[in-house]
Design a protein around this ligand. Structure first.
Ligand SMILES: Nc1ncnc2c1ncn2[C@@H]1O[C@H](COP(=O)(O)OP(=O)(O)OP(=O)(O)O)[C@@H](O)[C@H]1O
Ligand SMILES: [Mg+2]
Length: 264
């Protein structure tokens, strides 16, 4: 075979390195092992009861929540969670390539709350977009009436251009090209309750409640998609943990796009 042709052959893909930290009498460790065996994924197993350094490493990276601990490349995962493993292992998102998850929704929809849990699970850092916009001065002007900066989309895009592997959460997260954009929806009445608790003015509460009722952000995000995939979730009767589980399902390849219409 001549040299040129040889170069055309795709490189065989290397399997991501997996290490399983286990111990005796641990049912979830066995489940994790069976999962990897079933999917023909090779792994190293380390018994933390016989390896002090490994036990310390696990504690350091996961905060010490027990076993199993699963290390995929450089990502430490506490416990065994099938959707989470599928996501981190690479279906459809792959470590090493850009991995960007956007979380968008109206004010009070739960973006920051969900981002915190998801960040811990996936080992990805969070960018709170309003914070980034303020700190990095990614705005064009200040809107006095709304008491808010007007985001300069181009500056925002430039800021994120060379970043990879992160969660971006905020009212304009849909402006960032992401692998997956999660749109969090919530019954407008809940938005009112939550913003009242925060001491927002009547006017501001009303404005935000209306925005959710008329799906302002969701429509913007769905009609002008910059993400490869979109998840659309009604969070109203779900705990933040349940929402994260659903997002993990979406990340692992399942379709998660719920019918939501508050005007019905
Ligand atoms: N699924 C949920 N169930 C119950 N309460 C929730 C849920 N998600 C968020 N909350 C609560 O609602 C409030 C608003 O949540 P959060 O701050 O995460 O919203 P946000 O979308 O980040 O808002 P903002 O755009 O103003 O930053 C918080 O008090 C939070 O604890
Ligand atoms: Mg927030």
């Amino acid at each position: 075979m001549n040299e040129n042709r040889k170069n055309l052959k795709p490189k065989p893909k290397r399997q991501k390195r997996v290490t399983l930290f286990t111990g005796p009498g641990c049912i979830w460790c066995v489940k994790a092992k069976n999962f990897f065996k079933k999917h023909k994924i090779k792994f190293n197993e380390i018994d933390v009861t016989k390896n002090k350094k490994a036990a310390d490493d696990c504690k350091k990276h996961t905060g010490g929540g027990g076993i199993p601990v699963i290390l995929i490349e450089n990502r430490w995962i506490a416990g065994f969670n099938e959707n989470l493993i599928k996501t981190v292992f690479g279906n459809p998102i792959k470590i090493g390539e850009k991995e960007i998850i956007g979380l968008v929704g109206e004010s009070g929809s739960g973006k920051s709350t969900v981002a915190r849990i998801l960040s811990k699970k996936l080992g990805l850092p969070i960018y709170n977009i309003s914070e980034v916009v303020r700190k990095e001065e990614l705005y064009s002007e200040f809107d006095e009436r709304r008491d808010a900066f007007i985001v300069d989309i181009e500056k925002l895009e430039n800021f994120f251009e060379d970043k990879k592997d992160f969660i971006a959460e905020g009212l304009v997260a849909h402006y960032i090209p992401s692998d997956i954009l999660v749109i969090l929806r919530v019954n407008p009445e809940k938005i009112s309750e939550r913003l009242a608790e925060r001491g927002y003015s009547e006017e501001k509460i009303k404005e935000n409640e209306e925005a959710e009722r008329f799906a302002v952000i969701a429509t913007e995000a769905i009609e002008n998609p910059k993400a490869k995939r979109i998840l659309h979730i009604d969070t109203t009767n779900r705990t933040p943990e349940e929402i994260v589980e659903l997002i993990l399902k979406g990340l692992s390849g399942e379709e998660v796009f719920e019918e939501i219409d508050w005007l019905e």
